[in-house]
Design a protein around this ligand. Sequence first.
Ligand code: GLC
Length: 822
Amino acid sequence: MEEQNEPGKEITNSITTSQEVEEAVQHLNNPVTDLKPIVKQYLGSVQKVITEGNRFFFADGSARVEVRVVSDEIIRVRLAPHGVFLDDFSYAVPVVDQKVTTFKLEELDEYYAVSTNTITCKIRKSDFAISFTENQSQMVMSEDASPMHWEENVEFGGYYVYATKKCQAEENFFGLGDKSGNMNLRGRHFQNWNTDAYSFGWDQDPLYRTIPFYVGVHDKAAYGIFFDNTFRSYFDFGKEDNSKTSFWADGGELQYYYIHGPHLMDVVKRYQTLTGTHPMPPKWALGYHQCRWSYYPEKKVKEIAEGFRSRNIPCDAIYLDIDYMDGYRCFTWNKTHFPDPKRMIKELANDGFKTVVMIDPGIKVDDNYWVFKEGKENNYFCRRSDDYFMEGHVWPGRCQFPDFTNPNVREWWGNLYKELVDMGVAGVWNDMNEPAVFGSGTFPNDVRHNYDGYRGSHRKAHNVYGMQMVRSTYDGLKKLMRNKRPFTITRAGYSGMQRYGCVWTGDNVASWEHLKIGNIQCQRMSVSGVPFCGTDIGGFSGEPDAELFTRWIQLGTFSPFMRAHSAGDTSEREPWSFGEPYTSINRTYIELRYRLLPYLYSVFWEHHRYGFPILRPLVMLEQENISNSFRQDEFTFGDKILVCPVLEQGATSRKVYLPKGMWVNFWTHEVLTGESEHNIEAPLDHMPLFVRAGSVIPEYPVMQYVGEKDIDEVLLNVYFSDYEVNSFLFEDHGDTFAYEQDIYSEKKFSVKGSQFGLTIEQSRDGLYTPNYELYNYNIVGLPFNVNKITVDDKEITDYVLDDRNCLRFKSNKNFIIIKIYS
Ligand code: GLC
């Protein structure tokens, strides 16, 4: 069978000569598909049909296809070229079947049809060509251009597997997670093979993560395809042939989910029901994080911390990159630079800073090093097909690498964090887990992996290695922190990685082009199921000038993960490094992040609980309008705040497209009509931001770190509108999993206005009661003079119109209905 440990071939235990390094790199860059004549094999006609509950098997005599009804809107297709399916195991989809009300199989003249209430999957009897149709509109959403096929893999066993769909003339494509370049994937070709892509470029591919999920939009409707295959995979969106969209892989099974829309948002939410959402992060993780390769010794770390506090620039986390370790040995400390880490971490914590540390997968080969010894004794390190250990050079020198696809290894690794947790470390940053190896790029193909008992080579495990590493970190921390929410970051990952941690986009560059790349990248990650994402603010390599850094801080204020980071050979990169006026502007935006924290946290909850993406590209707001309104540089954070970052050097204004509805300029309170373009002033201290009319945007007082002060009252900014708009405020303890037992408070505000007045209604859900008692209202944009205000029918007279013409008053937080009369 394929993907058992392949027999040894051309194996040497370490790569030494530069020629060998070159050959290895070439081998990695040239997938085997390029080297062999292609003999593609197709299915015959359908000879036999078997039904087993929600699974339907169609056979041509030897090959079989399984069509499985997952839910009303999701159907999975699998192909077994010789009739035997591979083990049904996926790291991405823990549970396949969801709730499905009714489904049926029908035989028609030319087809078999498996249908749910919503969609129908047709299998053509003559050749197994598959199509998906929406029942109501009878619109064909996705259709094979040629039936699925395969090719024997003579070198490794198993098959190359292929699917080719029709690409409609007006069809556009989104998703695929970690890709650089334009948001629309149409006309491009991609490869998924997790890669350490230092200083990547605009169209460079592949990058660090693999998310083989895309959304197609045509005829104003959207559908998704999730090709759950961890091997090196490929996607072509009408590049090779303008009328075809194809995806294929170097091994594994042709297995994909069709996910129905018709809205892009539906597709993303349904993809999220398969692969999971991000757990609620500790609230502090939504604050500002300061990182650098590396802050050391202790004195420097303290100086940075003091730098924030003395300048009143909020910050929640300080990072220790690899230099805190002893010779880059993970789970050790350099005692010269950090003589008493526990004390230091405590002192930082007293000052409101969380300490986050780097942990890499490469373990130094050193018999005097306990981690190496434990891994060796327990046989936890990856081996090659000839049974030698997989060795490669990374930061510590010669290293071996834990097999994170082995559950025992994950358990062990998770427990290794004990000492760090006992010292007070609050978060862990997993890097280099593509896995990256100096010289050769990554592991050779023949490295063997446990793959949770479904053993296979590195060809199968490569793309999940990083995800399994951060899974082990997350699970370990969760246990060690006694169910406090862990904070983890990973560089590499595969679909479903969002269940275990947040991501940053890797080693970017301090350039305006990278500001644009990062803006699109985070949006794309968000619609690909990975919501908690950020860039290295300022750029990792190279030197940003003051303007670029400030514009990046502004964009970063609305990145779900907000962290500045830079390489060690660059100049200092703290929010104050560029002097005035930049320091003050940077402070204003970081403060804005803290003011908006209750909103950001509520948006996170909407993601966690309901699967909404955090960042929503404009195309998601107006998919029916893609061609004429589609600007890829704007997005909404949640559904209430439209962010229009300034991405051009020297710009003092920018064109902004406002989607449907009424929008209020966050800075000036000017009300503008949507579905139109506007030229908006954008001097350096001003990033255009708009709030959807009718929104309630909650604000906390500015704090230097999350939890610095007790909150006495919450500011509710209410933006007038004459149509009804609902908003949420989610609050809870902020660092436990009590929300899983409904210990949270979810408030819904419904705002509706007219020329006669404005009403705000509140409803509540959940078992948590916040400590504060009062709401402080700031009603923006009232088009009438106020005559009377009632809170639950009791008139209040204590109100003012402030100097910005906003109505200000307070009420108890438990009101049910507020009425403002003209
Ligand atoms: C990698 C990471 C970077 C880190 C560096 C040193 O390049 O991507 O963020 O600072 O390694 O650990």
